[in-house]
Design a protein around this ligand. Structure first.
Ligand code: GTP
Ligand code: MG
Length: 287
């Protein structure tokens, strides 16, 4: 059984970090994961690279916009013996944002979507764009400056994130993608930065992204939806070239390193980052 799942998410939503932490966990076998590492052949140098940065307590490098890194992680469901060949392309978040603002989408992305059986949809608990400017702020500014903004000047990238996401998700149902209805696992990344005391990622999503929540719950294209809060990095880090980040010492002291990862959500078991994939693959109930 070869099942491919796609990753969907805008810039800086934690996609690459998730892949790095996933690879570290299944490669190191430091903790019991629901899905374990399967056979690997061919290129996986990139995975090794990002997982190494992760293990050393540094941020992974940003994915450049022209670069489409094939990430293929073959997993095995030990309990049932089922093979889950999981493949996703580490597309830059810019690819998604351009798809919205310019209605352009590169060929590899079309292929990725067409072969996907389900989706990991990334939003970040750290992304504050949608909080920063509202229509009310625009009105206030208008009054203060007594100068009307140019109504012809529209900057698509300033469109609220959830509007962009819903638009793109709808597009996937049509040509050239024509995706079949699928499960969607929403990953709220950087969950360590969610408001203190927030324990329910689904509630967080409803509160912060109400339009997206409604779409996911009601679209014919979505057979089932779950929301997970995932802290794949475990805290704030910085790039190796920029020196150690604020939480690096604490994270390096967490042993084994796999336990830096925290996952909350239905069926989650604290550290196992494969749980959202287990559910996407329909294996959660399998014995
Ligand atoms: N605090 C915290 N920050 C995180 C976590 N995971 C990712 N981040 C931060 O989120 C930012 C984006 O992470 P990436 O994994 O590079 O995101 P991406 O979606 O691959 O981004 P692009 O490749 O630019 O589209 C980085 O600054 C990370 O440090 C986490 O678990 N906790
Ligand atoms: Mg990336």
């Amino acid at each position: 059984m070869d099942a491919r799942y796609m990753v969907f998410g805008f810039q800086h939503t934690g996609k690459t970090t998730f892949a790095a932490a996933l690879w570290h966990q299944v490669d190191s076998e430091e903790i019991p994961n629901a899905l374990t590492k399967g056979k690997h052949a061919g290129q996986f140098a990139y995975l090794g690279e990002i997982a190494e940065a992760w293990a050393e307590g540094y941020e992974v490098e940003r994915t450049r916009s022209k670069q489409v890194e094939k990430i293929r992680i073959n997993l095995v469901h030990a309990r049932s013996g089922a093979d889950v060949a999981l493949e996703f392309d580490d597309l830059s978040g810019e690819t998604f944002e351009k798809a919205f603002s310019q209605r352009f989408c590169p060929e590899p992305f079309v292929e990725l979507v067409k072969g996907a059986r389900g989706m990991l949809l990334f939003v970040s608990a750290d992304r504050r764009n949608d909080d920063s400017v509202t229509i009310l702020d625009a009105f206030d500014a208008d009054e203060e400056e007594a100068q009307a903004p140019d109504p012809n000047l529209w900057e698509p990238e300033k469109t609220p994130l959830q509007v962009q996401l819903v638009d793109l998700l709808q597009c996937l149902r049509r040509e050239p993608f024509s995706t079949a209805p699928m499960r969607v696992a929403v990953v709220v990344s950087a969950w360590d930065l969610a408001p203190e005391g927030e324990t329910d990622a689904a509630r967080w999503l409803k509160d912060r992204y109400p339009l997206l929540s409604q779409y996911l719950e009601n679209s014919d294209g979505v057979t089932d939806v779950r929301v997970y809060g995932v802290s794949a990095q475990g805290g704030r880090l910085s790039k190796k070239s920029a020196g150690p980040g604020p939480d690096r010492d604490r994270l390096l002291a967490t042993l084994p390193a796999s336990e830096r990862v925290i996952v909350v959500g239905p069926g989650a078991t604290k550290h196992d980052i494969t749980r959202p994939l287990l559910w996407l693959a329909g294996l959660e109930a399998a014995r």
